[in-house]
Design a protein around this ligand. Structure first.
Ligand code: SF4
Ligand code: SF4
Length: 214
């Protein structure tokens, strides 16, 4: 399956994962074009902030990311309704997020992280809160929640939407067409350890005792 639909998620096969972290880098790159990631080596001014994480145990490595839960406990925990299902994906509205961390605590998979917010490669300040640093009061950097959105809101590099097409219906049609058809992690994995699957239409799969899909 190549295109995310209304009941899809990315699954990982631990038996294939070699722990190379190409998925983490691809995820970071597609979600941070607005922050200058992917333009030129040595110009990136922010840390690598992926939305999936390769975990390592004594016996295996495997990426972990959002399962797009049907009941989305993260959304239920959010006090400002910043998490919604949008086009079949559980998505965080970064503008609405107040950085309270309730979603990260509620997620049974540890799939939500809270990091500094960036815009144009620079840290975004909190509008009101200040912090004392070097004996001076300075604007505090805003913290926001990040999670996998199946790359639904990212664009294909060099697409017409990214190139600033004309406005109106033509532009929005072009933007929709230029969205990534499948998640960057799935596309980049050299071992094909990640798959986009649609629950209910794919082949049956089983879990081992640790809950890892094989
Ligand atoms: S950190 Fe943001 S998205 Fe998460 S529960 Fe708090 S306000 Fe909602
Ligand atoms: S972030 Fe966690 S709780 Fe929310 S939908 Fe994804 S896996 Fe479920």
């Amino acid at each position: 399956m190549n295109h995310a639909s209304s009941n899809s998620l990315v699954i990982a096969e631990a038996a294939k994962c070699i722990g190379c972290k190409a998925c983490e880098l691809a995820c970071f790159a597609v979600h941070n074009r607005d922050n200058g990631v992917g333009t030129a080596v040595g110009t990136v001014t922010m840390p690598v902030l992926p939305r999936l994480y390769v975990i390592r145990t004594d016996s295996f490595t495997m990426p972990v990311q959002c399962r797009q839960c049907e009941n989305a406990p993260c959304a239920g925990a959010c006090p400002v309704q910043a998490i919604r299902q949008q086009d079949g994906v559980i998505a965080i509205d970064a503008e609405a997020c107040i950085g309270c961390k309730a979603c990260a605590l509620a997620c049974p998979f540890g799939a939500i992280s809270l990091y500094k917010a960036y815009s144009g490669g620079a840290e975004l300040p909190q509008p009101l809160l200040q912090e004392r640093r070097d004996s001076k009061l300075q604007r505090k950097t805003r913290i926001t929640a990040y999670k996998c959105d199946l790359c639904r809101n990212t664009e294909i590099p060099g697409g017409s939407a990214a190139g600033g097409d004309a406005g109106g219906r033509g532009a929005s049609a072009a933007a929709a067409q230029d969205r990534n058809p499948y998640p960057a992690c799935v596309a980049v994995c050299p071992e094909k350890a990640l798959q986009l699957v649609e629950v209910g239409t794919g082949s049956s799969r089983s879990l081992n005792r640790e809950g890892v899909i094989f």
